[in-house]
Each structure stands twice: as structure tokens, then as C-alpha cells.
Design a protein around this ligand. Structure first.
Ligand SMILES: [Zn+2]
Length: 158
């Protein structure tokens, strides 16, 4: 069975800035009001016959959203970003040079901060956190860059 959580209605949101280096229109720093939809699949179990407790799932996702909220998202593993310093965060992308206070940034262990990479990152982390709570089969996360477009990733047990 699956449980589904809608990010707009359940308030699983974050507003962040990012850039997609070298992309024609997304290469400049810009922002999105993101929301995160979540699906958890597993057997019903425990005293209440839950797949997973909605409150637990929302709590974990909200905490992850809070880490990203009102930050500039920086992909630490990007091939395009040439870092000079991590505090302050100083890097260049080709001829463009950036210097941003550390507290304004969220450094992520990702090659890019696309919706695709963010959905995979959040799904993996949520899967791990829920696995510590109980036996689940898979977690799907859709990271929406505003209403109408998002990237969906499913992390399953091996
Ligand atoms: Zn964007």
C-alpha cells in the first residue's frame, strides 16, 4: 500500500535560489518556490496498521526543506564550479566570479541543483530516515519548481 503527501496542502515547501551553470536561460542566479510531494510504499504494520505515520514523514521532509529554505543552493560536486573557498563561499564559473556569505548558502553534495538532482537527494535521505523507523519498500519524492513542473525519483530497497 502507498501513502501520498501533497506538498502544497501539507506545507512541504522551500524557497531557494540556484543556477544551472552554462545553461542559456537558467545560468543566472534565480529562484523557485519549491514544493515536495511524497509517496511512501510498504506493508501496513504496527498497532495502527500504518504504512508510515504521516506526522513522522512530514516532520522529516519539513526538516530537510528547512535546510534549503532561503538559501542559495550550491552543488559542491559540480564540474563547472571552481571553488576558492567554502567560507565565505567563493567560486567561479568560467569568467563569472561569485563570493557569498556562508550563512546564505546551502552546500549540497551534488553535481547540480536541478529538480532531478534535488529529488534524488531528498528521496535517498527520506528513505534512510524512514528505514530507521520501520520497514518500508520505497520512497518517491517529486521536487516541483513551482506549480506544473517537477522531477520525480523513487528510491527502493535493494
Ligand atoms: Zn531554476
Amino acid at each position: 500500500m502507498k501513502i501520498v503527501i501533497n506538498g502544497i496542502h501539507a506545507n512541504l515547501r522551500f524557497a531557494s535560489a540556484h543556477m544551472i551553470p552554462c545553461h542559456e536561460s537558467c545560468g543566472g542566479i534565480h529562484g523557485h518556490s519549491y514544493h515536495v510531494d511524497v509517496t511512501v510504499e510498504g506493508e501496513r504494520c504496527g498497532e495502527f496498521g500504518f504504512v508510515a505515520d504521516f506526522k513522522t514523514v512530514k516532520g522529516i521532509v519539513r526538516k530537510m526543506c528547512k535546510e534549503l529554505d532561503h538559501k542559495l543552493l550550491i552543488p559542491e560536486n559540480s564540474k563547472e564550479l571552481d571553488f576558492k573557498s567554502k567560507d565565505p563561499v567563493e567560486f567561479s564559473i568560467g569568467p563569472k566570479e561569485y563570493k557569498i556569505p556562508r550563512e546564505d548558502c546551502c552546500l549540497l553534495p551534488l553535481p547540480s541543483t536541478s529538480a532531478e538532482e534535488l529529488s534524488e537527494y531528498l528521496a535517498n535521505r527520506l528513505f534512510q530516515a524512514l528505514r530507521e523507523e520501520g520497514d518500508i519498500e520505497s520512497v518517491s519524492v517529486c521536487v516541483n519548481e513551482g506549480i506544473g513542473q517537477g522531477a520525480f525519483f523513487t528510491k527502493s530497497a535493494e
